[in-house]
Each structure stands twice: as structure tokens, then as C-alpha cells.
Design a protein around this ligand. Sequence first.
Ligand code: AMP
Length: 299
Amino acid sequence: MSVLIVGSTALDSIKTPHAENPRMLGGSASHAAVAASFFSPVNLVGVVGKDFPKKYVNLYHRHKIDLEGLQIAAGKTFHWSAEYEVNMNHRRTLLTELGVFEQFTPHLPASYKKSRYVLLANIAPSLQHHVLDQMSKPKFVVADTMDLWLNIAKDDLVKLLPRIDGFVLNDSEAHQLTESDNVVAALKRIHKMGPRYVIIKKGSHGSILSGPGGIFICPAYPLHNVCDPTGAGDSFVGGLMGYLASARGSIDANIRRAMIYGSVTASFCCEGFGLKKTTTVKRADIDRRVKELEKFTKF
Ligand code: AMP
């Protein structure tokens, strides 16, 4: 089964205490699509400008990501720049140049409208609604978000929650949405808003799922060296959706393992700038880390 991924396709300029890399391939949909592609075919919907480098189109092709839904518009590609502190859990946005992203309306090609697995990666909630309006009977829809939408489009986001099966957000966003800083209480409150599956991400401390099968605590793979965590959340949810689309059986039977695969895929993302490391990884490297993680957490 293929996964439909709709989100931002960007050029990211990232600064860490150790290095600086301008205009790398980024965006929520790019990170999620590459991560999902290790497990399932991917259909990507996004927008880029005429300045979008050919080498990045080739990168999508190498990962067999279908680009029928990628719009190429007159103007500049969305450019986002951020700087990390020594503690890489903290970053600040330096620049957001929306370019063609400002006018983006996701149009689904006819063949994408019947997708069973849908990932609404981080974009404005109104656009996430627009994608769902075009779908016919998806099996499993997951949405991601960011603090910006809680600040400027909370109503739209709250209205999206009854329309989706799974919602993924980080701990500070969960706190902002529910006004509870207790993760377990926040999970309960978010269920009441709609989704049957809620995952709260906690950066290098892993993530926690609440669903019909109860709670699952998913570790992060312990890394010696974090180079650039940009896109780790997108890689996590992309890997999770790719794995689910590839697995036989019910969502409930597979979602815990899917989180582990998402977590391991995200660990590779953190080891290189942008998508540099993730795009060198093979499925066997992911499987090896999953086995290690199994050993690290067995008791
Ligand atoms: P993460 O590190 O998981 O929060 O995701 C970072 C990615 O989000 C980067 O590749 C950015 O290009 C992308 N991004 C940043 N701001 C926005 C925005 N306002 N809308 C959509 N994507 C964004």
C-alpha cells in the first residue's frame, strides 16, 4: 500500500554551534516522504518554486517518491532558516520566506484520492482540511502540527481533530493545546477532542502513544552524536506511516512496532544535516537498529 503525504517542501538553512548549511532540501513532507519510502511507495503533494534545484528532484526520484502531486509554481521555494543552541532541544527560527508556499492549495491527482494511508504533515490546518475534503474513504489518517498553528489557527486545528484517526504533536504543543503539563492527562484530553490514537513526542526522550490498545512508551535510539535534529519529528511520523502501510493486520496490532521503526528512522535523520544522512541509509541499517533497540529495552 502506498502512503499519501501532504506538507511543506522547503529549502532549509540550518545553523548549529558546530556548522552552518544553507538551502538544503527540507520541509515536513520531504523528511516524512524519504522516511516512509524505506517501507512503502510514497505519493507526495507539495509546492516548490522554479528555483527548486534539479538535484533535489532527483533525490525524490532515487527514493521512488511519486511526484505527480508536486506543483511547480512561478516564484521562489519556501525558505526556512533556524539556529540551534548548544542544547539541541532548543532552536529558534531566524527566517521564514514563504514564497510559493503562501498561495499553496493542495490539489490531489485523481489517483491519490483513494489512498488508504494519509499523512497530513505539518502545514496550515485549513490545508489539511482541504486534503481530507478531496479524499474518498481513507483507512488511516494521521496529522502532525506545530506551535505556529496553535498560535494562529487553533480553531481550525481543533475542528480537524474529529476528522483524523491519529494525531502527533510534541510535549510543549500538547501542553499548549490542553493546558496540562502532565502528559497522561494531556493524552486523555486530546482523545476527547477526536483522535483514537494520540502520540506525544518528547525529542531525545522518545514518545508515548495512547490508543485503543492502551499506552505504549517508545524509546528514542540513543545517539552519541546529534548533528542536526531538524525533521526528526517528520521522519518519525513518516517512518511510522510507511511501516503501517506495509504491514499486514490491524493498525492496533502494528502501531507499536511502527513507532519503533519511526523512532529509528528519526535517529538517522539527527546524525546528518538536513536529509544528508537519511538518504544514505538502507533498510538493513534500520532493521539492525530496531533489533538493538529491542535489546536495549527488554527486561
Ligand atoms: P521539525 O524539525 O520536525 O519541527 O521540522 C522542521 C521542518 O519543518 C523543516 O524542514 C522546515 O522546512 C519545516 N517548517 C518550518 N516552518 C514551517 C511552517 N510554517 N510550515 C510548514 N513547514 C515548516
